[in-house]
Write a protein that binds this ligand. Structure first.
Ligand code: NAD
Length: 478
């Protein structure tokens, strides 16, 4: 139903026309997708508000709410191959990533939060007031706008939807206009799972629809993943409307420190994956490489060789390791930043140009001899572009790695546990990975320091984002 919106349990015609979504491997139009009007957004928010206190939703027992989420996970499993192929067609990611990361990850995440429904506890607290019972309870925050990006459309939607529903909230989903198809399909599956009308609503369209939600007085919380620039606009919209709560998962520019004692072959394998997974369109992708000067030549040479052997092609082809970038616009942005890298004097070791074929392919690119003040070392590129520099002083490198507006992820490659721990202590980022690629996991918190965002997703931390804590004072000594 991609041309329609889903509001209050009905597939409704979109009030502001349609927009095309393309296959990034060919540039061909895949589907037309509806664009919501302000009236559509108002209707979706009103439906979510209405459902919030309804007997069909608020009246469910925890075991019943959990059962709906378990059922949705089962449906995702049943439609595994269909969802994976749809994600690959719309987003471009290699089919193996769609299967193992996006779809399997979505089902596991739904099950994990289904398990939380029956474990949402409050506390009793020793307040200093006589003959008083004090306890806390967790209540849903209310109507949540879930605004998602185009890099892992299905998985990132589920990172938000699963904890939101587990804690009894209602939602209005706004997927990226570039990759809306798996979000539409997931909403169809929520209907099949038996989630009541009004609990899950979907408004598709471009950023203007996201802006309508973030300035809407009827929305209590925006959970947003996307660029830092738009995160700032959402913050302003919140401040100027009802000061709605915000969870922001924003950009990154993760440093990778390769210490003198690192196993270089293992570092090359792990960093290749960390830098090029999903064609580098990963917020935690490793992009800035600080290599001990003694190991620099070996690392650069082996990384470049590794990048050159990656099999580039359409994601739907089973042998593909590196798919296209998501859109022509994004490919042009990556190309322009590579141009800036050259102009500023970085040494191009491999790649450096778009690949001459249909679709939005870009050659994996490595720059060496990069200075800390160069644009490619500072700006998020969100493509397969690596910038390598070296260091002499292990005590200085943490300060250089921290010299960024971002703080989402970082990695250290060493065989010495003291080095690992010293860097893990010193780095200002939401996640530090030692000798491994940047992997999110539903049991570990995910989120950023500094301009990489506010709040945490996953694990019990996600429950905080979607609940209010009520403090109840019960004086029985009157
Ligand atoms: P984007 O900011 O362009 O768009 C994200 C979403 O915001 C889309 O749905 C878009 O339509 C919507 N939007 C655009 N303008 C808006 C506005 N004014 N108000 C409200 N919503 C608006 O981001 P993108 O290009 O789709 O995604 C790439 C970015 O996402 C990168 O910066 C990346 O680092 C970040 N990202 C972060 C994480 C994380 O966990 N921190 C994960 C994935 C992606």
């Amino acid at each position: 139903m991609p041309t329609r919106l889903f509001i209050d349990g009905q597939w409704t015609p979109a009030g502001a026309g349609t927009i095309s979504t393309l296959d990034p491997a060919t540039g061909e139009v895949l589907e037309e997708v509806g664009t919501a009007s302000q009236a559509d957004v108002n209707a979706a928010v009103a439906a979510a508000r209405q459902a919030l206190g309804s007997a069909q939703w608020a009246g469910l027992l925890p075991v019943q709410r959990a059962a709906l989420l378990f059922r949705l996970a089962e449906l995702v499993d049943q439609h595994h191959e269909e969802l994976a192929a749809l994600e690959t067609r719309d987003q471009g990611q290699p089919i193996g990533i769609s299967r193992q990361v996006s779809v399997t990850g979505a089902a596991e995440h739904l099950r994990y939060f289904a398990g939380w429904v029956t474990k949402l506890q409050g506390t009793t607290n020793p307040v200093s007031f006589p003959e008083t019972l004090h306890y806390t309870r967790r209540e849903p925050v209310g109507v949540n706008a879930l605004i998602t990006p185009w890099n892992f459309p299905l998985m990132i939607l589920v990172w938000k939807l699963a904890p939101a529903l587990a804690t009894g909230n209602t939602v209005v989903i706004k997927p990226s206009e570039v990759t809306p198809l798996t979000s539409v399909r997931l909403v169809e599956l929520t209907v099949e799972a038996g989630i009541p009308a009004g609990v899950v609503n979907l408004v598709t369209g471009d950023g203007s629809v996201g802006a309508m939600l973030s300035s809407h007085p009827g929305v209590d919380h925006v959970s947003y993943t996307g660029s830092t620039a738009v995160g700032k606009l959402i913050t302003q919209a919140s401040a100027q409307s009802n000061l709605k709560r915000l969870t922001l998962e924003l950009g990154g520019k993760a440093p990778s420190i390769i210490a003198a004692d690192a196993d270089i072959d293992a570092a090359v394998t792990g960093n290749l994956l960390g830098a090029t997974l999903n064609t580098g369109q990963v917020c935690a992708a490793y992009t800035r490489f600080y290599v001990d000067r003694e190991r620099e030549d070996e690392f650069v040479q082996k990384m470049a060789a590794g990048l050159q052997t990656l099999r580039v092609g359409p994601g739907i082809d089973e042998s593909t390791q590196l798919g296209p970038l998501v859109s022509g616009r994004h490919r042009d942005r990556v190309a322009s930043l590579v141009g800036v890298g050259r102009d500023e004097g970085a040494e191009l070791v491999t790649g450096g140009s778009a690949i001459d074929r249909d679709g939005y392919f870009y050659a994996p690119t490595l720059f060496a001899g990069v200075r800390d003040d160069m644009t490619i070392m500072r700006e998020e590129i969100f493509g397969p572009v690596l910038a390598v520099t070296s260091y002499d002083d292990p005590d200085e490198v943490v300060a250089r790695a921290n010299d960024t507006e971002y703080g989402l992820a970082a990695t250290v490659w060493t065989r010495d546990i003291r080095t690992a721990q010293r860097y893990a202590d010193g780095i200002r980022a939401g996640a530090v990975f030692v000798n491994m690629p940047p992997i999110p996991d539903m049991a570990a918190p995910w989120g950023g320091y500094k301009a990489s965002g506010w709040g945490r997703e996953m694990g019990p931390w996600a429950l905080d984002a979607y609940t209010e804590t009520k403090s109840v004072w019960l004086h029985y000594g009157y």
